[in-house]
Design a protein around this ligand. Structure first.
Ligand code: LLP
Length: 432
């Protein structure tokens, strides 16, 4: 259940009025609920408690230092994909020994940095990478803990751009080749084979694909664990969330909605997977991103103009695809609600940003309450892959971010000054 709800006509984040935040900090503005973030982490952590486990929050979904600090204090580990993300985790007070380093293209410098920080495991994606990790570890006179990412070749039934566990994808190593790779890796002196990893895709709303993948790799895991004394199995991230209307329809909350729609919940996920995982006796690592941060954030935007063309009603807002690219990139749905609840008939509207591209929209022909200049709208469930995917396209400064905790609200990232956007640029010598 998330902590964005109406009291009377006002949209609140926990105990704070969203409109007051928009006026105080300006828009576009990301607003995060600390309680929602905490709650989602703990719900997952708790259902996994029958087994030794480590929840590694996937930093790519939301890397704001304040959010990472909240999770670090809850004992979260971190799933990182770059040297930069590792530096962020350190800056936020996270424990590098609870970090797993994923990604297909780790550079030598990144491997060296992560080795010096003693990360829990490198999740390797190719044989060439294993050799590179071994080489760097030899140079540093260290032993690198590694796991190999197995591609189980199962369909995840999610958007094509975020499915990762089939042979069409660049990720992992084919199921059939894994044992050969482990045999060769075992001969590399500066590697310690610590685990096995899989991840089949993102925004999975059913448990069945996870179950299929786990069932498929179990015999392999058992053999490898025994042969190489493995310590952990990572079952990746990918747990989906509810994006469709929950708040506008007056639904009491996320978990109820998820259960009613037969969408996976922490309870159903654990109930179906734990009986298979528990007998392994391995530590189970999870890498959820969206599940923890997704429903914990909203993007608040101001209506600048309403443009009626006869055929269409365009609501032009001050946020754009550079602030939240998911609708343009994946045709993703984000619920849009007025920050001050409206009465009156709804109008089919396109909510669009000011960027000069037809793809710069948040919704099309969606029945929305009539709004006018100066009204604020909130795009819900924008806490994952929202701010982190933003850009400076059209020389638009990056939005500000605010964290709310009960009745307190504070800036977690200042709005980027426009000048900063070109501060690293130079007029080259021959043009001076
Ligand atoms: N582990 C690995 C190896 C991953 O590649 C990912 C996400 C995760 C964990 C975390 O997945 P999650 O629990 O958040 O689903 N930008 C896209 C999502 C890209 C996901 C990339 N990998 C979106 O906006 O939907």
């Amino acid at each position: 259940m998330h902590d964005f709800h109406y009291r009377g006509k006002k949209l609140l984040c926990e105990g704070v009025a969203v409109e007051a935040l928009a006026r105080r900090f300006g828009t576009p503005l990301y607003v995060y609920s600390q309680h929602t973030l905490t709650d989602h982490f703990q719900k997952l952590d708790r259902v996994m408690s029958p087994v030794e486990h480590l929840v590694c929050f996937s930093v790519k979904s939301n890397s704001n230092l304040s959010l990472l600090r909240v999770l670090a204090r809850l004992g979260s580990g971190f799933d990182i994909v770059s040297g930069g993300e590792l530096q962020r985790v350190l800056a936020a007070g996270g424990d590098p020994r609870r970090c797993i380093f994923a990604g297909v293209g780790k550079t030598e410098a990144e491997i060296e940095f992560a080795l010096r920080q003693n990360v829990y495991s490198f999740n390797a994606e190719s044989e060439a990478e294993l050799q590179r990790i071994n080489r760097v570890a030899a140079r540093l006179k260290k032993t690198a803990p590694v796991a190999v990412r197995v591609n189980p070749n199962v369909a995840a039934h999610t958007h094509a751009k975020i499915t990762t566990g089939t042979y069409e994808n660049k990720f992992g190593i084919a199921f059939e080749q894994i044992e050969g790779i482990y045999a060769r890796a075992a001969r590399l002196k500066h590697l310690r084979l610590r685990g096995l990893q899989m991840h089949i895709g993102s925004q999975l709303t059913r448990v069945a694909p996870f179950e299929r993948a786990v069932r498929k790799i179990l015999p392999l895991v058992r053999r490898l664990a025994e042969r190489y004394k493995l310590e952990f199995l990572s079952i990746g991230g990918g747990l989906g969330i509810v994006y469709e209307p929950a708040l506008a329809s007056g639904s009491p909350g996320w978990w109820k909605t998820a259960a009613a729609r037969n969408i996976l919940t922490p309870a159903s996920y654990a109930a179906r997977l734990l009986p298979r995982l528990q007998p392994l006796g391995l530590k189970i690592v999870l890498e959820p991103g969206r599940f923890i941060s997704g429903n914990a954030g909203i993007l608040v935007t101001r209506v600048e103009y309403v443009k009626r063309t006869g055929r269409k009603n365009f609501v032009i807002v001050d946020a754009a695809m550079n602030d939240l690219i998911r609708p343009a990139f994946y045709d993703a749905y984000h619920e849009i609600v007025p920050v001050a609840r409206k009465t009156g008939a709804s109008i089919k509207s396109d909510v669009v940003g000011p960027i000069c591209e037809s793809g710069d929209y948040f919704c099309k022909d969606r029945p929305l309450p009539g709004v006018g200049e100066g009204d604020y709208l909130a795009l819900l469930s924008a806490g994952a892959y929202g701010f982190v995917m933003s850009s400076n396209y059209n020389t638009r400064p990056l939005a500000a971010e605010v964290l709310v905790n009960g009745r307190r609200a504070a800036v977690a990232r200042v709005r980027q000054p426009a000048k900063e956007i070109w501060s690293g640029e130079k007029v080259v010598a021959w043009l001076k």
